[in-house]
Design a protein around this ligand. Structure first.
Ligand SMILES: Cc1ncc(COP(=O)(O)O)c(C=O)c1O
Length: 435
């Protein structure tokens, strides 16, 4: 049992052991991880200079937003706000989102289900766990993964997490390590669930076109050799691609319709893509397994998923679905979004520039990054948690420690002009700690 869960159980037992006995096995195992959320909360209090902890995008006025979204708040009819939305989501929004998926992913030639609305991506991930992972099944992840996966799939769910090396020595995505881990995990019970999260949190890496193709071809081969492969794309940061060689689509398009042993599932949503973190609008879309008409099977999977939503949260908020539908149909929307993405790109480029212009190599290197909200430093001399606390207390700079060596910095919430100063402070703090 996790030490934090134990601690909570002891507190409950001290007050009333009967209440502890009342908890289910899951209830006893539950805890709130001291991960990114706790570190961000600490930074909120103390990071008076720079706060590069948070998974949102900000500018000098606060959270970034698109005008075509914000204007809806003065302009909505009661019917768009107050009634229940269907458990599978607002039908017009589901259709509109499928159009968007097809538009953004020209490589997608296979049929799909209609996207089902989820309470954003975290909920979609939990639904995947409930629908596809039994106790003992393996979830294959890179060793750089969003920490919340552990809570969702391993603490609340019962899956075994198997990780592989994220990057190879050439500074690219370690496709071979991914495929080898899939083959190895498949030997246990002939079934794997693999999450492909690009752009990746925490590293900010998305594959190049050859890497994306190699990942897809490798998974298709493993499926054709007899393993049941459930390939989930976590496209939370979709479209935030900052370098020309990045594959600009979701790998979902390369996987759908390619093997009867391979079910591709796309998780995406407005949260990060459209700068509406609190709206909780996400989608889950199944891809056909072959090129015949599988609309009946897709409909059945949609209904199963809808039943799961109905039996757990009943339905997702109507108001935010209505707003996103309106915003997506606003002719200004794409241009407004492109302008924000350009700001994010400017920040990523400024991080790259500072890392190129300065020699920080006695204290840290950095992992490859080309997309998303974040990048990670690889520390050489000081412990990441020690550095995080030191930066916070001495310099008012909030960062996230991922493990002993990796420090995550969110360029999504730092003005481009502050990049030099941020790195100057981090480098100086490393020097002071390692003296
Ligand atoms: C990789 C990844 N997937 C999913 C999510 C969850 O997104 P949402 O807020 O839509 O639940 C996050 C949020 O940080 C994330 O980083």
């Amino acid at each position: 049992m996790n030490a934090l869960a134990k601690e909570l159980n002891e507190i409950i037992a001290k007050e009333n052991p009967v209440v502890l006995d009342m908890l289910s096995d899951l209830g006893k195992n539950l805890f709130m991880p001291k991960g990114i959320v706790t570190q961000s909360a600490e930074a909120k209090d103390k990071a008076h200079k720079y706060n590069v902890t948070i998974g949102i995008a900000t500018d000098e006025n606060g959270p970034m937003f698109l005008d075509s979204v914000y204007q809806c708040f003065t302009d909505m009819t009661p019917a768009e706000l107050f009634p229940y939305a269907p458990s599978s989501g607002k039908p017009e929004l589901r259709k509109r989102w499928l159009e968007k998926i097809k538009h953004d992913n020209p490589s997608l030639s296979a049929g799909t289900s209609l996207p089902v609305v989820t309470n954003a991506l975290t909920h979609g991930l939990k639904l995947i766990g409930d629908m596809f992972l039994d106790k003992g099944d393996t979830l294959v992840l890179p060793d750089k993964f969003w920490g919340n996966y552990r809570l969702t799939f391993s603490v609340i769910g019962n899956a075994e997490i198997a990780t592989y090396n994220t990057f190879n020595d050439a500074g690219g995505f370690d496709v071979e390590a991914l495929l080898e881990k899939c083959r190895e995990s498949a030997r246990i019970n002939g079934k794997i669930v693999v999450i492909l999260n690009f752009p990746n949190n925490p590293s900010g890496y998305a594959p190049t076109a050859p890497e994306a193709k190699a990942i897809a071809e490798g998974l298709i081969t493993i499926a054709n050799e007899g393993t049941k492969v459930i390939a989930v794309t976590d496209d939370a940061y979709f479209g935030l691609f900052f370098e020309d060689d990045v594959y600009p689509e979701s790998i979902f398009g390369l996987l759908a319709g390619k093997s009867d042993n391979l079910l591709a599932i796309k998780l995406d949503g407005s949260t990060k893509e459209h700068f509406v973190w609190g709206f909780r609008v996400g989608f889950m879309t199944f891809g056909n397994t072959n090129n015949s008409d599988q609309s009946t099977m897709m409909g059945a999977l949609e209904r199963k998923l809808t039943g799961l939503i109905r039996g757990t949260i009943s339905n997702c908020p109507h108001s935010s679905q209505s707003i996103m539908l309106r915003a997506l149909n606003n002719t200004e929307f794409d241009a407004e979004r492109a302008a924000k993405v350009a700001i994010m790109k400017g920040r990523a480029v400024s991080f790259k520039r500072v890392l190129k212009e300065n020699d920080f190599s006695d204290q840290f290197d950095y992992y490859p990054f080309n997309s998303g909200y974040f990048m990670c430093l690889k520390l050489k001399k000081v412990d990441a948690e020690e550095l995080r606390l030191y930066l916070l207390d001495k310099y008012g700079v909030g960062t996230i420690s991922i493990n002993k060596t990796d420090l995550r910095l969110a360029f999504s919430c730092l003005d481009e002009n502050d990049t030099d100063d941020l790195f100057r402070i981090i480098y100086q703090a490393c020097g002071e700690l390692s003296k």
